[in-house]
Design a binder for this molecule. Structure first.
Ligand code: MN
Length: 748
């Protein structure tokens, strides 16, 4: 692994001495620039390099006197960034941007001046990089989510902004050593969480690897050191073996006339570390620490090489992956296998063509066919499609934490390859479920999904899909996704679509509740509702800033403000007349449905068919005094009048609503009782027979020694089904009469 060049450090530290030094040109700068020019002329023969020289001269002038903390001239940094870009063989605009990337932020140069001298493309790129650098956020999550968002937007505008930003970050990471420890940690963490994944997603394997290893080094120096030591001792121990494997591979390929370049290496620290963490093993148990890369001339020879190796060395089942036939979403292509080599030593093999190798190393930068003046002339439509999709998703998402967590799934695509019954490949992140699969096919398929068959067998929706699964989604028209799907779905696409449906249905409910709430309150306050016109209500809605009446109803249903506030605007005299009149009369009740829409258990005054549920805090049962409370968007909660929460909730008097029990006969209510009993033989059987005798039913029963008394007393907890309050009272009285029972109480 390459050690960070000891150049300087991140922070811009302009010289603060009173006089501006005449800034003699440091030879190190001229050398760096000359080397850059040479690289450019080698990789872009015949292209005009004068903009590079102009950029250098401008930067030299503007950054004059500025130093990094190490004391080096500041300009070393932009020049090194340009070098990184030149090594990726990006275009001239990228290199010029690299040299100028800090002039707007750190010196007096304006974007307009850059535009005048270097044209629109360079100006747009410098502007993009400057804006990315300026982001400041308060929370860590916010910072991350926002900078990723900005990055994505910048990428869609011009991918070169991101290439420069990645090069900038890479050089900063290489020179991180000079910063104080806490800044090192923060920057390294951010690198692992944001920049390395983006490099990965853009297929830039080389940059990603270096960012990861440096990020690892600074986030967990101790673990990094240990792994580095372990690798070093493995290298010493295995050098002979590596040579042996390499020459054995060479011999085999030569025998078959397969031209190839062979690299034998040890895995890099971060990927070993990930593996140790993921599989909870020690480094001695990593069996594919040794890796061989075969780079050949054609796809045909890739497969031929694979065949040759498998012919002589036994492949490890489940380790053969054909990323040539099915490239990864970041366009990575290779054949992967692990074989048992000489002396029973397992090792990993990657086989690819030169072209695939270039793409694996430089990713989107390798696809670069950018011609000056042709905006968005991107070779790689697939990459851009992915970016656009991400940007679309992030627009729908408002919670930064949520955005980050779904983004991480998409950025670390440890994919599974699944198939439709017709054989179409659907690539999903690891841990994806049939719901993700359904939404990957089509939003409608996702919404209507009621089940799935994998390889011909019905599986639960939370089933984890595996490579090669053939998935058949079962649908039913009219079906809608439920909230618990959010914990099952892993892809951001599925989660966003599910949320969209849930929000729509919740809003519809809120509109319904709000409308009825308004009518009911109108009646209670004596407002002649029939005489209120739609136009009047609409104008009040507009007054609140809502374009439509439904929006006003939704706001009422969500509990954003009270119906009374609206009614005062609609019919001020009538509401005032009501207030002057005697004590507020309770409205007369009507029927509402129970939570699951099955049995009519509770009715509410003035409203039909609205969601009602029994509050969990007091779990009221038939016969008890109850009161309703309009919740924010979840319907009407019904509490027992003596519930302690009621006092707290009811200070908003407008949201109180009258409810009553419906007289049906068969429904029962679950009630939990705790009995305190002396240690007497047969007390449990006595208890169960008493409950049974009263016509109730025990659903669960548990007896435990009373730890506080420690005299053989027991605490008995039971779950009963009762029809109503009267039956419960009879049961409780009967239990109290059992000799040996000291007390019994209801618990919620
Ligand atoms: Mn910079």
């Amino acid at each position: 692994m390459s050690q960070p060049a000891k150049l300087s450090d991140l922070s811009k530290n302009p010289s603060t001495s009173g006089t501006i030094p005449s800034a003699p040109v440091e030879p190190v700068l001229d050398q760096l620039f000359q080397a850059l020019l040479d690289k450019f002329e080698r990789t872009h023969p015949g292209e005009d390099s004068s903009p590079l020289t102009a950029a250098y001269q401008l930067a030299l002038r503007m950054h004059a006197g500025q130093k990094r903390q190490s004391g080096e001239p500041y300009l070393v940094h932009p020049l090194e960034v340009a070098h990184i870009l030149a090594d990726m063989t990006t275009d001239r605009t990228c290199l010029v941007t690299g040299i100028l990337h800090d002039v707007v932020e750190d010196t007096g140069v304006t974007i307009e001046e850059v535009r005048k001298q270097f044209g629109d493309d360079v100006a747009a790129c410098v502007d993009g990089v400057t804006k990315l650098a300026k982001l400041k956020f308060y929370s860590r999550e916010e910072r991350q989510a926002e900078s990723v968002r900005k990055m994505l937007l910048a990428m869609v505008k011009d991918i070169r902004v991101v290439l420069v930003k990645l090069a900038d970050r890479l050089h900063n990471m290489r020179t991180l050593g000079a910063l104080p420890r806490d800044r090192q940690e923060r920057i390294a963490q951010e690198t692992l969480e944001i920049y390395a994944p983006i490099a990965h997603r853009l297929g830039m394997g080389k940059v990603r690897a270096e960012l990861e290893d440096l990020g690892f080094q600074y986030t967990d120096p101790q673990a990094f050191g240990e792994i580095l030591d372990a690798i070093e001792s493995k290298r010493k121990a295995n050098q002979g073996l590596l040579d042996e494997i390499r020459s054995a591979v060479e011999v085999k390929l030569r025998r078959e006339d397969i031209p190839a370049r062979i690299e034998a290496r040890l895995k890099r620290p971060y990927s070993i570390w990930q593996k140790l963490k993921r599989q909870k093993i020690s480094i001695d148990q990593v069996y594919d620490l040794l890796a061989v890369r075969i780079i050949t001339d054609s796809v045909k020879n890739c497969y031929a090489a694979l065949g040759t190796l498998h012919g002589d060395w036994h492949p490890i089942p489940g380790r053969i992956k054909d990323f040539i036939a099915i490239p990864r979403p970041n366009l990575y292509q290779s054949l992967h296998t692990s074989v048992i080599g000489p002396g029973g030593q397992p090792f990993e093999v990657q086989i690819r063509t030169e072209e695939m190798h270039r793409i694996a190393e430089d990713g989107i930068a390798a696809h670069w066919k950018y011609k000056e003046g042709h905006k968005h002339a991107m070779a790689d439509e697939q990459q851009i499609a992915w970016l656009r999709q991400l940007v679309e998703w992030q627009r729908e998402m408002h919670d930064p934490g949520e955005f980050m967590s779904t983004l991480k799934v998409d950025l670390y695509p440890e994919e599974v390859y699944t198939f439709t019954p017709k054989g179409k490949v659907i690539v999903l992140p690891r841990e994806a479920t049939p719901i993700d699969f359904a939404y990957a096919i089509h939003t409608e398929v996702g919404n209507l999904c009621v089940g799935a068959k994998v390889n011909g067998r019905i599986v639960p929706l939370k089933y984890t899909l595996k490579n090669g699964d053939v998935v058949d989604i079962l649908t039913q028209s009219g079906h809608l996704p439920s909230k618990d799907w959010l914990s099952i779905a892993k892809t951001s696409k599925a989660r966003n679509k599910i949320k969209a449906v849930i929000n729509t249905t919740e809003r519809a409910k809120a509109v319904e509740i709000g409308e009825k709430y308004l009518e009911k309150e109108a009646r209670r306050l004596g407002v002649q509702w029939k005489k209120v016109t739609r136009e009047q209500v609409l104008s009040v809605a507009n007054e609140y800033g809502f374009p439509k009446m439904e929006d006003l109803h939704a706001a009422l249903g969500y509990g954003k403000f009270s119906a009374r506030q609206v009614l005062i605007k609609l019919a001020p005299e009538q509401v005032e007349a009501y207030d002057r009149a005697s004590a507020p009369a309770e409205p007369a009740p009507t029927v509402i449905r129970d939570d699951d829409n099955k049995d009519l258990v509770i009715k509410v005054k003035g409203i039909d068919d609205v969601m009602v549920y029994r509050a969990k805090c007091c779990n009221p049962i038939r016969g008890e005094q109850i009161v309703g409370y309009i919740t924010r968007g979840k319907g009407v909660a019904v509490h027992a009048v003596n519930c302690t929460n009621v006092q707290n909730l009811m200070y908003e008097v407008e949201r109180k609503i009258v409810v009553e029990w419906v007289r049906t006969t068969d429904d029962t209510f679950a009630v939990r009782l705790t009995a305190y009993a002396d240690d007497r033989p047969g007390i449990l059987s006595h208890l169960t027979s008493v409950v049974f005798h009263e016509g109730s039913n025990i659903k669960a029963l548990e007896a435990q020694p009373d730890e506080q008394r420690a005299d053989g007393s027991a605490i008995i907890t039971m779950l009963l089904d009762v029809k109503d309050k009267k039956q419960l009272e009879r049961v409780v009285a009967a239990i109290r009469r059992i000799s040996g029972i000291r007390d019994v109480e209801r618990v919620n």
